[in-house]
Design a binder for this molecule. Structure first.
Ligand code: SOE
Length: 383
């Protein structure tokens, strides 16, 4: 694994746990973790259960005991590390968004295709696909329970940037993060909307805003989302704080999206509602064991949204977990992701979500930025 901050910790839990919960054809071994700071990477290795620690990702990739490289770094290093790892014969899991630009993502897809011909897999970490309620919602939609889709309504709201004194971390600099709420949160809801609907966006109209244009600089290393600034000096925020956009799916269904880190009181509120001719589904990540389902074919007098507790053994991933009603949390998405990556490698199935899926989301993000720059002019998403 490259990187040991928030995502590194979350992915480590996934790798550590997957082979102990699920019957896997092979059990992952946590061979080595990499970060630039020797003391910190040693501490991360000890805390998260990695057998060794490296300070140079090239040395990590060169190791014979490494077969899969998991990239949990900021977006500006994804392309270089992923391409080098694939060329070195390793499988790759890469955090979202796949890259900071469409050109980088295209290069990653080329490397992934060449590697695929050699039997390697390259997967992008859209972990929310692995929430059992989301996977189950996709099954219901694919089974036709909503009929023809009319609307997809998706929002992802957080509030850790409401305070103008929150420091200028790497997530607020375009050269490191690519974009702001758009790439960080919008990437998830674009992926989920398309994954659930089973079809792609054809174009978008967008607005975006940076409400707080300068923030205190961090002298020391970033301390995660809620770190405190340690200087009075200000630096420029070069990404969006919020992005709103509408779009059309290939079938003609309409979609709306809102991504912001400035929604006071909303901590990790990823919400989806999908309306079809025959019914509707609604999901809220802050209540992730639940799915709301309205079956419009039932008599109007007794129909209405009902809460499905997605904790039954016949629900996705749940056969290996706790008895019904004993719910799962955020971290389990990374366990499920690890399970699926291992199975894909061992069973030779198609990698999903693939680097090509990550590139397509990148193209949507680029179209959103282009449209927002032209004050909402409709912008096609190239296929
Ligand atoms: C921060 O906004 C963040 O950690 C995102 O980067 C993740 O992708 C999301 O899952 C939770 O919030």
């Amino acid at each position: 694994m490259v990187g040991y901050a928030f995502m590194g910790a979350a992915h480590s839990q996934g790798w550590r746990t997957a082979g102990h919960v699920f019957d896997l054809p092979v059990r992952p071994a946590l061979a080595a973790i990499c970060g630039r700071d020797r003391a910190k990477v040693d501490a991360a290795a000890a805390r998260h259960g990695w057998a060794a620690a490296e300070t140079d990702w090239r040395a990590l990739i060169a190791r014979d005991d490494v077969q899969l490289v998991d990239i949990c770094t900021p977006g500006d290093s994804h392309a270089e590390i992923a391409i080098a790892a694939l060329e070195a014969g390793k499988h790759v899991l890469c955090e979202k968004p796949l890259a900071n630009t469409v050109a980088e993502a295209e290069a990653m897809v080329r490397a992934a295709e060449a590697a695929r011909a050699r039997g390697q897999v390259a997967i992008v970490g859209f972990n929310y696909r692995k929430v059992p309620a989301i996977t189950y919602a996709r099954q219901l939609i694919a089974d036709g329970r909503l009929g023809t889709l009319r609307h997809v309504r998706a929002s992802y709201l957080q509030d850790w940037l409401v305070d103008p004194a929150s420091p200028l971390t790497w997530r607020l600099k375009r050269e490191h993060a690519g974009s702001g709420a758009l790439g960080d949160l919008g990437a998830h809801i674009v992926d989920l909307a398309q994954y659930l609907a089973g079809e792609l966006l054809t174009g978008v109209s967008a607005v975006a805003e940076t409400f707080v244009r300068e923030r205190p600089l961090l002298a020391g290393a970033s301390a995660g989302l809620s770190g405190r600034a340690d200087t009075a000096e200000l630096g420029e925020v070069t990404v969006d704080d919020a992005a709103l956009f509408t779009g059309r799916l290939a079938s003609g269904a309409l979609a709306s999206f809102e991504a912001t880190r400035m929604a006071a009181g909303r901590k990790n509120a990823l919400r989806l509602e999908i309306n079809g001719e025959l019914g509707s589904l609604a999901f809220d990540l802050e209540r992730l064991n639940e799915l709301s389902f309205h079956d419009h074919t039932e008599p109007a007098a007794t129909s209405g949204f009902r809460r499905i507790l997605v904790t039954e053994p016949e629900h996705p991933y749940l056969e290996a977990w706790w008895p019904p009603g004993h719910g799962l949390g955020y971290e389990h998405t990374f366990v499920h992701q690890a399970r699926d990556v291992i199975r894909t490698i061992a069973e030779g199935t198609e990698p999903r979500p693939s680097f090509a899926d990550g590139l397509q989301v990148q193209r949507v993000l680029a179209a959103v930025e282009e449209s927002a720059a032209k004050n909402s002019v409709h912008t096609a998403v190239p296929s």
